[in-house]
Design a protein around this ligand. Structure first.
Ligand SMILES: [Fe+2]
Length: 290
């Protein structure tokens, strides 16, 4: 995919400017953060990829799957099927182990594609190590990627001691402020843990702990919102008033939906394509990669 000068159309900002170097300084240090090859005007087209669970060795397997190879197959499919996607969005659990070697393998999997990559950390990740590979990964503050008439709001739900997630009071306040100030934008909110129940008891117990606080902020926002999340390793598509909630099967193993306990679903690796226009219309499709 041919790259374009990102400075033409993409601005990155954060609620905590001290932690957000200028776009140019980040780009020069990270080839994978070169920006969109397509100027998003009235339409945003992107790929949602989640729960890659990369291990520490290139030949290591998890649930009998080589997660690096299954990710690579998914990325090849995305690049061929959607060569003009604006960016690839990863919603956490990039690594299974949280170790530096796993992030080096992830970086080696994505480095040959000249497409912007954004992400949030999952419960299996080590956020500051992930941020070394994807500089826009949020840690202590939300990250807002402005893409023309759209805002991509990256929110960390990572906590140090558990598989469930929580958004800090600081990030909730930043989100509230962002939505108040940018009513003209179509906002895409991105986090790892599901902020809505998914009808699987075991997953709902390890979802977003303070989902009520999060949803209350969204309820006070009059415009359409799209919320994307990971963690559940299955297709989720829920519409609640003006809010659309989407999740996507993993690039490795899947979980059976609507079960009280953890059961593996023998579906292949997958990703989701999303096309969104400024009127709030969403076209989306999941692709399974055999
Ligand atoms: Fe996961």
């Amino acid at each position: 995919m041919a790259g374009r000068n990102p400075g033409e159309h993409v601005m990155i900002r954060t609620a905590d400017r001290e932690q957000c170097p200028t776009l140019s300084s980040r780009e020069s240090s990270s080839p994978i953060s070169s920006k969109s090859n397509r100027h998003p005007q009235d339409v945003l087209r992107f790929i949602h990829i989640t729960d890659t669970h990369i291990l520490d060795g290139a030949e290591d397997t998890f649930h009998q799957i080589n997660t690096k190879r299954s990710l690579q197959a998914v990325l090849d499919h995305c690049a061929t099927r959607y060569p003009d996607a604006d960016f690839w969005l990863f919603t956490g659990d990039i690594s299974q182990t949280g170790a530096k070697q796993s992030y080096a393998l992830f970086e080696s999997a994505i480095r040959d594609y000249e497409v912007p990559v954004y992400c949030v950390p999952g419960n299996h990740d080590t956020p500051h190590l992930l941020q070394q590979v994807v500089p826009e990964c949020p840690v202590d503050s939300i990250r807002v990627i402005e893409l023309g008439k759209f805002s991509l709001v990256l929110i960390s739900t990572w906590i140090a001691d558990g598989h469930h997630g929580k958004i800090s009071q600081r990030c909730l306040a930043q989100l509230r402020e962002h939505l108040k100030n940018r009513k003209d934008q179509l906002n895409v909110l991105v986090l790892h843990h599901p902020p809505v129940p998914v009808n699987s008891k075991w997953l709902d117990e390890i979802g977003l702990q303070n989902k009520t606080d999060f949803l209350q902020i969204l309820d006070n926002h009059p415009a359409d919102l799209l919320v994307l999340f990971g963690h559940v390793h299955q297709n989720v598509d829920q519409q609640i008033n003006q809010l659309r909630f989407l999740s996507t099967p993993s690039t490795c193993h899947q979980f059976k939906p609507n079960t009280p306990v953890h059961l593996t679903d023998p579906l292949p690796p997958a990703y989701r394509f999303v096309e969104l226009n400024t009127r709030g219309h969403i076209d989306t499709k999941i692709h399974y990669v055999q």
